[in-house]
Design a protein around this ligand. Structure first.
Ligand SMILES: C[S@@+](CC[C@H](N)C(=O)[O-])C[C@H]1O[C@@H](n2cnc3c(N)ncnc32)[C@H](O)[C@@H]1O
Length: 241
């Protein structure tokens, strides 16, 4: 969805909508409020020719500013947790993963293996944009996606309801020695930082995939695929609908 004009863009930024990016014409300056809100929310402001904005908006009356909003409808985390518990399944926790290709690949595998969806942080995370939709092969439309300002607070809530929080990270227990408990939240870390310390602290366990090569980590979507397979390999027939 596209929103253009100064006030509509400011209101969109103030709302809980998932904004992918804000485009500003080369020949104009973004209003101070836009710059401030984008900075707070980690949203990119891109300078482009005014004609590009007018073309996307389908009008010349854009005031040189436009926001692109994600096509995805998010569900509240309670819904994601409830379904995961009812189905005795898993969901992914994408801990500040910024590469849309990785997010799309992970969501595709999640859907293929019968996972319920994913919990994402509001800020510093790839938006669910066209690249994600494409990389997921459309899996995003079958999953429950939820955005929260604090992953760790939400995961504490999931634990209270009887779910397990399993971090997938180097330096933990060998994943082969562990029988994955369900229902669970499977946490995968960002490309740069790995799983956040505060999430490691509340995780029931940290599982690692043994490596023998010279490169010191797997790509997060490969690590996620292996961990998701571990979640379902004994129960893959379980909840096919
Ligand atoms: C590319 S790695 C993060 C590397 C980061 N630069 C670091 O030093 O921690 C991204 C994520 O992939 C997962 N991952 C990668 N290799 C893994 C392994 N061998 N075992 C478990 N998880 C792994 C973890 O979730 C990790 O946070």
């Amino acid at each position: 969805m596209i929103v253009y004009g100064k006030n509509p863009v400011i209101e969109a930024l103030r709302s809980d909508k998932d904004i992918e990016k804000v485009l500003v014409a080369h020949d104009s300056h973004p209003p101070y409020q836009v710059v401030k809100l984008c900075k707070q929310k980690g949203i990119k402001i891109q300078k482009v020719p005014r004609e590009k904005i007018e073309e996307l908006a389908g009008t010349k009356k854009t005031q040189g500013i436009l926001a692109i909003i994600s096509p995805i409808k998010y569900v509240p985390p309670e819904e994601l947790f409830k379904t995961t518990i009812e189905k005795n399944s898993f969901f992914l926790v994408l801990d500040h993963i910024t590469d849309p290709q990785n997010v799309g690949n992970l969501l595709r595998t999640c859907e293929v293996f019968g996972g319920v969806g994913a919990l994402l942080p509001t800020y510093r995370s790839s938006p669910i944009n066209e690249t994600v939709v494409k990389a997921s092969s459309g899996a995003v439309f079958y999953l429950k996606l939820s955005k929260v300002s604090s992953l760790s607070n939400s995961l504490r809530e999931f634990k209270k309801q009887g779910g397990w929080v399993i971090a997938v990270e180097r330096g933990g227990k060998d994943i082969r020695s562990f029988s994955m408990p369900l229902p669970c939240a499977l946490v995968l870390g960002s490309e740069g930082e790995g799983v956040s310390k505060n999430i490691l602290d509340i995780s029931d366990t940290v599982l690692s995939i043994p490596m023998v090569g010279k490169i010191n980590s797997l790509n997060v979507s490969s690590a996620g695929a292996i961990a998701m397979w571990e979640c379902v390999r004994n129960v893959i027939m379980y909840n096919k609908e």
